[in-house]
Every structure is written in structure tokens, then in C-alpha cells.
Design a protein around this ligand. Sequence first.
Ligand code: NAD
Ligand code: ZN
Length: 367
Amino acid sequence: QAETVRVELGTRSYDILVGRGLISRAGEFAAPLLNQKRVIIVTDANVARHHLEVLDQAFVQAGIATQRIVLPAGEQTKSFAQLEELCGRLLDLKAERSTTLVALGGGVIGDLTGFAASILLRGVDFIQVPTTLLAQVDSSVGGKTGINMAQGKNLIGSFYQPRLVLADTAALDTLPKRELRAGYAEVVKYGLIDSSEFFTWLECHAAGIIAGDEAARRQAIVTSCRAKAGIVGADERESAQRALLNLGHTFGHALEAECGYSDELLHGEAVAIGMVMAFDLSARLGLAPLEDAARLRRHLASIGLPTDPGWVEGRNWVAERLIEHMGKDKKVKDGRIGFVLAHGIGKAFSPAYVDLAEVATLLEVSI
Ligand code: NAD
Ligand code: ZN
């Protein structure tokens, strides 16, 4: 069975359905929302191999015609070149104002297809079928779409909400375990932000979530979507609340940027390390108990997520370079950087302006 999370955004509100086997029932859920008995499915080569046929058939069985576009997998696909390619192919397929796009894949396909939907013919509808844990708990909630530039990630984009999100837990069965773990870091983040109860629940269920316990997966995804929906519903664009979602990300982005956003360090892995650093910094500043930082470390390590930068093999981290990245990522005010810190597990707050010297000391210790 499926559970529903409603994302409340006035006239652009939409439902996220979470459950097993939703891809094979996509036609039934999508039909009432379509303006035309036709969809164009956009996916990547990896996801196509496992899930495209089932999704396609689900639409066809519901009397909905399908066309497909398969793009290369990987972060490089979130580019202007691929956006142009995608828009060109959509127009070649005679996409119309009333056509609905279906994004089948992880955050890369979701962000790119959502952005294309927002600008094609001045905006067409789109449905998200997220197939990574990260996309199911994070990128498919909140309506941020976009592509990367040589100057940095996600610098071109729009706020554009899908009509519907179908998060099929069965899709996670084919996801490489490393990707699954990385996505799990974002799940942990929601517990750290404002729910120590959720964090405690995760401590009991993490192993099951990774191994494939269906009920635990569904509950973790639903709770995460509710948490993010609550935050973005309060303010769709940036706000103090939304900033909390960046917990671990200032440190994480610096580590990722230093690795050139390569497979050396996945986003979720960087966030895992970044969250530990945020808790270490909080503890060092006397804001949070040391024990909470230790508890977070233990939890992440228990499912094989990294907790310190030394985990990346053969890399010599340099504190000044990481701080330089953070400066690009975040505004530096009077020699201080704004962080999301915490008074403990479930008690994150922002902004907390911290002296660069203090940050440098922490980095020296942890790298
Ligand atoms: P991804 O889309 O690149 O997917 C990761 C890998 O897994 C890819 O190789 C993909 O082909 C493969 N894959 C996906 N689903 C699969 C499945 N079910 N079975 C087998 N293989 C599968 O990466 P991601 O981690 O899902 O998303 C990362 C992107 O999301 C980044 O570009 C990031 O900027 C973006 N993001 C956006 C938001 C937002 O609010 N819009 C939030 C967080 C992240
Ligand atoms: Zn993230």
C-alpha cells in the first residue's frame, strides 16, 4: 500500500506517494492529472535498464501513450549542453503545452527534467518518479530545479513544482548500496535538525533500511518527506527555516568541491562528514554535548558512512583551501562564516557565525 505526503504550496500543492510497486501503477495515479493522453518519459541509461520498461507499460496499460528520452547517467548531464539536447528532443517529439514530462531517475534527471519542464513552451507539467533514496527524500521535495555551470553547481535553475511524485521503494532494490548509503545521510539530517525521536528511531532501523526492510524504508522516506515538506511549505524560497536543510552542507560542499564533485566522494558521503564536523564544532564551542557528536559518529559508522575526511583515500586536505571553498559557498562577514550548528541532536539552529580561526582549528584536528 502507499502512503501520501501532501506538500502544501497553495495552488501548486502536490502529493508524494510512497510505497512499493508504484512504478508499475504509475498510469493509474497519473491519469487524473494529465491534460493529454500522452507522456514523455525522461531517464538515464542506468535507470532505463532497470525501470523504464515497467513504467512505460504502466502508462500504456492505462491508455496513455509514451515517448522516451534516455540521457547519459551522471552529474555531467546537469549541463546547458544536455538541457539544449533535451529541449531539442522534446520539440522533435512534438511536445505541446498540454504534454506532461515524467522524470524517472535520481536527482540529476529530476533537476534537469524539472528545469526543462519549467521553460519548455513557457512551462509544461511534470511528474517525478525518483529512483534514488536521495531523490526520494530530498530533491523531489521543494521544487528546486536546475543545472550546473563551470562556475559552480545549481547556478542556473528555477522553482517549479511537479504535479505528483511517485516514490517507489522497490526502485531502491537496484540502486548500488553506496548510493543508498549516501542518500541515507540526508535522512539522518532530518533527525538531527529537529527530531531526536526520529534519530533514535533511525538508530534502531538503519540496518533494516539499508538491507531492504520495506516498512522501515517506507517510514523513513515518509518522515523525511514530511520534514522537508514542512520546512519548504513554510517558505518555498530561502528562509531561516530552509537554511536548516544545509546542516553539514557547508563543510560537505567544501570537501566535494575539493574532490571536483567526482566519485571519490559522493554528495551524501560529504554531508555525513559535514554533519559530524558541524556537531564537533558545536561541541567545541560549548553549544552541544560531546556525547551527541560521538553518538552521531557511531550511527553513521554503523552503516558504513564516512565520519571524517581521512576516509577519502590518497587525499591531502589543506585547511585553508577548504575554508576558501566555504567562503565561496557562504557569505563571510567580518572574518566569520555562517553555519548551521546544533545545541544537540534534534536541535539545529542557524545562522551561527563562527570565527574562521575556530573553523581552521577544527579542520586541522579533523583532517
Ligand atoms: P544521480 O541522479 O546521479 O543518481 C546516482 C546514480 O544512480 C546514477 O548513476 C544513476 O544512473 C543511478 N541510479 C539512479 N537510480 C537507480 C536505480 N533505481 N537503480 C540503479 N541505478 C540507479 O544522483 P542523486 O544522488 O540521485 O542526485 C544528485 C543530484 O541531486 C545532484 O545533482 C544534486 O545537486 C541534486 N539535488 C537536488 C536537490 C533539489 O532540491 N532539487 C536536493 C538535493 C540534491
Ligand atoms: Zn544534500
